[in-house]
Every structure is written in C-alpha cells, then in structure tokens.
Design a protein around this ligand. Structure first.
Ligand SMILES: [Zn+2]
Length: 258
C-alpha cells in the first residue's frame, strides 16, 4: 500500500451498501481518482461534509497497484461552495462541469491547468449563479486543454483569413472556415462577432470568468459550434446535460417574459 495526499475537487459520489460511499475526485497531484470511503454515510464525524460534490478538499488515501479503487482515509474541507446548493441552475451547471472533466480528460494523470480551471469555474458559479456565458467559457477552455482547440482566426482547411461578413464552422474539419472552403455535412454559418468572442475566451487568462457578457447571437452560434466539437470528443454522452438544457431553456423563457 502506498500513501498519497493532494488537494482535490469532489466530482460525485455513489452510496455503497449500508454505510459506505464510492467517491470520484479530481486531484491536483494525481488527476482523476475513484476511492472507497468506509463509513462515510454512517459517521458524520469521519468525513463531515468534506465528501460533498463540488467541494475542494485536502484528501489522504492509500492505493494498491492492482486495485481500481483507492481507500480514502481522511478528507479536510477547504471550500464547500454552499452557494451552489441554493440555486438549481448553478447546481446543474456544476454537475455538468464535473462530468465534463471526467468524460473529456479520463484517467491520464495530473492536469494542473484543468484543476485550476475547474476550481475557478465552480467558484464563479457558486458566487454568480449559473449562466450560459460561464458554460460557454468552461466548455471552450476544456476543449482547448484536452487538445481539441478549434481554429478560430484562420480557415481550418486552407489557412486563409476568416474575417469576412459571414464565416462558417465545421467540427469535423476542426473549426472556422472561409466561405470558399465551407462545404460539408456539418457546416454551420455564424457571424465573425461570434467567432471573435470565442477567440477572446481563449486569449484571456484561463481562470478568468468575470467580465464576459455575450449577446444572444454569440451564445447561440458559439454554443452550437462548441457543442458540436465536444460531441466529437466525448467518450460517452453526458448524463447531466439534458437536465441542464431543460433548466437553461426554462430560465431563457422567464427572462424573455420579463
Ligand atoms: Zn478556406
């Protein structure tokens, strides 16, 4: 048995038997880990609220080379982010973000930039609530960190400029296209403004979420472009996405009535 410790974000947990829990966490030092937390449900003294999803904690665990699950020994709470639990849209967006980390990055060892991005995203949603802007920023930066950054300033096919009146985007061809190259089954058209906004997201410091405010057209066009890229690279469909989409649609309708 080897012992490890690291700061980590709790992604989700699953009840096991009468008293135990299986906890998936994204650690700064070791990346994605699944651990067994004995007595986590029965004894509040043992872990307190430290294993609640979306918390940042310091975890200590032991691992055997042959076992899939590590044994979680202790977890000290650093930030519970209680604000996420009072707002359904914020909660759904946080769950989606955590699932995206697990799905897109998988078990490939430590990824400190993705760890910092997830913490910044959860802090933002905890303080400001869920928003389509935060979702778009997080999705695009995740694509970038996973190595699937779309071409935004040049045509993915010919390398020429894409700053014309209308530009195209194709997930299968890797991003923006000039109009001469815009042919294919998955080509969508968007405004240069939307493409420019996506580019600004990637040029800004990677943990900055404040100060972005996108218009409805950018949210829709940019959102469609990024979603189509994500779909090509996910290991499996995201379970929390349909709930998030339902809630987002509901809040869009309420905003339109007001
Ligand atoms: Zn081209």
């Amino acid at each position: 048995m080897e012992s490890y410790s690291s700061d980590a974000v709790i992604l989700h947990h699953l009840d096991y038997g009468e008293a135990d829990r299986i906890v998936t966490f994204f650690s700064l030092e070791r990346g994605l880990i699944k651990g067994f937390a004995r007595q986590a449900r029965k004894s509040r003294k043992r872990f307190g609220a430290a294993l609640e999803p979306f918390s940042t904690v310091h975890v200590r665990w032991q691992a055997q080379r042959s076992a899939d699950l590590v044994t979680i020994q202790e977890a000290d709470l650093i930030d519970l982010r209680s604000g996420l639990r009072h707002d359904l849209l914020a909660l759904a967006l946080a769950a989606y973000g955590c699932e995206l980390i697990e799905n897109l990055l998988g078990e490939i060892g430590p990824q400190p930039e993705a760890y910092q991005l997830l913490n910044a995203f959860l802090n933002h949603v905890h303080r400001q609530g869920g928003s389509p802007d935060a979702r778009l920023i997080f999705e695009l930066r995740m694509l970038n960190l996973a190595g699937y950054e779309p071409h935004l300033l040049h045509c993915s096919r010919c390398g020429g400029p894409v700053c014309t009146e209308q530009v195209a985007f194709s997930a299968s061809l890797g991003g923006g296209l000039c109009l001469e190259c815009a042919s294919g089954t998955d080509v969508q058209h968007l405004s240069p403004l939307s493409l420019g906004s996506l580019s600004r997201i990637l040029q800004a410091p990677p943990t900055l979420f404040e100060g972005f405010r996108f218009g409805p057209q950018t949210l829709q066009e940019g959102g469609n472009a990024v979603t189509s890229m994500l779909k090509r690279h996910l290991c499996r469909p995201i379970k929390s996405l349909s709930f998030l989409d339902q809630l987002s649609e509901g809040s869009r309708r309420v905003a339109a009535i007001r």
